[in-house]
Ligand binder design. Structure first.
Ligand code: IMP
Length: 235
């Protein structure tokens, strides 16, 4: 077994990753398992990749093991890719209306610093309220969006072994439906979801179509070969 630290305070992401690694010789370690608070990493990258790699490097050094980090978000077509890298705290940190999300339109200036963890559930509710407000009165055929996830894998010394990206196209619904998943899932109707929101899919159905599931399947062959250096194997 190889120990893989997954540095996230997002319980939804952690649950999904634990499902996705099933069958691999990998033991997922969470911040809670280490019993030490996760170091704060300022997510000031302009792309999901930059943020994912910055987090993975910091978390590998913190845990002293291989580490995986996810940076992900929702990019709405009509909003020029917003909220993009701002997805987690969109309702608190709102770039000006019409400004393209840096994650989805490279070259667009903009930085944001994420502060202390607030109440994630409440924040998700506010973000979903904001999404409904921004798209009020917009017809179904102009409500297209994509979830994007980058997974970065760092070696125990904090250097990056690989980064992979996955996306999931869909449409933003008009009202919340379902109680699975997390974040924007109650409003996101994935392509291939037969009219159901992501929050109405069974966990394994979400994994089959989701941005995170797709990114993970690109990384899976590599994780199956870890460690490249036998001295890193434990147990
Ligand atoms: P991060 O932790 O900075 O990567 O923030 C990711 C944010 O994007 C989450 O807090 C959600 O708001 C949103 N997000 C990412 N992936 C998902 C997903 O699978 N379902 C719903 N929302 C997601």
């Amino acid at each position: 077994m190889i120990r893989l630290f997954f540095g996230t305070s997002n319980g939804g992401k952690l649950r999904e990753l634990r499902r996705l690694v099933a069958g691999l010789p990998v033991e997922v370690i969470s911040p809670e398992d280490l019993g030490r608070p996760l170091p704060e990493v300022v997510e000031d990258g302009l792309t999901f990749r930059e943020n994912a790699e910055k987090k993975a490097a910091a978390f590998a050094r913190f845990a002293g093991t291989w580490a995986l980090a996810d940076d992900s978000g929702l990019c709405v077509d009509l909003l020029a890719g917003r909220p993009g890298v701002y997805s987690a705290r969109w309702s608190e940190l709102d770039p000006p209306r019409g400004a393209a999300s840096p994650a989805c339109a490279l070259g667009e200036a903009g930085r944001c610093e994420l502060g202390a963890e607030g109440s994630r559930g409440l924040r998700d509710e506010r973000n979903n309220d904001k999404l409904l407000e921004e798209l009020a009165g917009v017809p179904d055929d102009r409500r297209g969006a994509a979830y994007v996830a980058v997974l970065a894998l760092a070696r125990p010394d904090g250097t990056i072994q690989a980064s992979v990206e996955g996306d999931c196209r869909g449409r933003i619904g008009r009202a919340r439906r379902g109680d699975g998943g997390f974040g924007y899932d109650p409003l996101f109707l994935p392509e291939g979801g037969e009219g159901r929101t992501m929050a109405e899919l069974a966990p394994e159905e979400k994994d089959a179509v989701s941005h995170r599931g797709r990114a993970f399947r690109a990384l899976r062959p590599l994780l199956g070969q870890l460690p490249f250096d036998k001295s890193e194997r434990q147990g």
